[in-house]
Design a protein around this ligand. Structure first.
Ligand SMILES: *[C@@H]1O[C@H](CO)[C@@H](O)[C@H](O)[C@H]1NC(C)=O
Ligand SMILES: *[C@@H]1O[C@H](CO)[C@@H](O)[C@H](O)[C@H]1NC(C)=O
Ligand SMILES: *[C@@H]1O[C@H](CO)[C@@H](O)[C@H](O)[C@H]1NC(C)=O
Length: 250
């Protein structure tokens, strides 16, 4: 879409502030899908909340078109449409911050309204059944949790190097992922592994995610249940903590 000259000038002025693309994406154009996995232990650490018994495997945060959001406010989330997917949804796409299953419905609503209504531009994703179902399929095909495990990258009290994790993932998937961390809090020495994104073309083929150093548009993405998560950043090169699940008595 070409901007009228006046808007172009205004854009030039605003572009420097960043986020200009978002300002002008009135037609909700997007180029790439981001399959976002998060590590529940880190999510729980990030947001003080009632995280009881978080899963001890990587779960889905969402399937996000880049550079767009809330594309169709007249297409409300309808849990009835994904009834058949609920067992898998609860397992692989839970609201890890809240153990009550009802909370996950709020989380899914948020993901649908913000991201799904934009992803629905693709025939492969143009219903709630297809959007959530395809995301679950991708999660299973990509099998990030077991891939990491097979690569010997397991939660541990000793640290990994970010570059080792990235290289190992590039070796398996053949594309550059985006790896996000919680920066060290005061008193902590190292960053904590939090989120791994794999990017897809509009044909749902894997492609490289942006290189580190590019601004991360989804940095201020709301977390499960719409809780704002401000902490995740692209990981710095260097050591990283991949936190093991907390010991529980049950
Ligand atoms: C996920 O990975 C963790 C850590 O490597 C492992 O303990 C767990 O069994 C895996 N879970 C699934 C469902 O693959
Ligand atoms: C928004 O969603 C509604 C309900 O599915 C649909 O009827 C309408 O055509 C959509 N609007 C756009 C612009 O896609
Ligand atoms: C969860 O949702 C169901 C169905 O909407 C409702 O019957 C139940 O009371 C809710 N539970 C809680 C703890 O809110």
């Amino acid at each position: 879409m070409r901007l009228p000259a006046g808007l172009g000038v205004l854009c030039l002025a605003l572009c420097c502030l960043g986020g200009a693309r978002e300002l002008w994406s009135g037609d909700h154009e997007w180029k790439k899908l981001i399959m976002v996995h998060h590590w529940p232990m880190t999510v729980c650490n990030e947001v003080a909340n009632n995280c009881e018994h978080p899963p001890d495997y990587w779960t889905i945060h969402g399937l996000w078109p880049d550079k767009s959001g809330e594309c169709n406010r007249s297409w409300p989330f309808n849990p009835d449409e994904i009834k058949g997917l609920l067992p898998d949804m609860r397992l692989y796409w839970p609201d890890v911050l809240h153990s009550s299953p009802n909370h996950s419905v709020h989380f899914w609503r948020h993901e649908w309204e913000k991201h799904g209504t934009c992803a629905a531009q693709l025939d492969a994703l143009n219903s709630q059944r297809k959007y959530f179902g395809k995301t679950l399929d991708l999660y299973k095909e990509l099998a990030l949790n077991s891939t990491l495990q097979k690569l010997g990258i397991k939660p541990s009290i000793s640290y990994y190097q970010i570059s080792d994790i990235k290289h190992a993932l590039v070796g398996v998937y053949g594309v550059v992922p985006k790896v996000q961390c919680l920066p060290p809090k005061s008193g902590e020495k190292v960053q904590t592994l939090g989120q791994i994104e794999l990017c897809l073309t509009r044909d749902l083929q894997l492609q490289d995610c942006p290189e580190p150093g590019e601004p991360a548009p989804q940095r201020r993405e709301a977390g499960p249940g719409g809780t704002p998560i401000l902490g995740l950043e692209i990981c710095e090169d260097g050591p990283v903590f991949y936190p093991p699940p907390k010991e529980t008595n049950h």
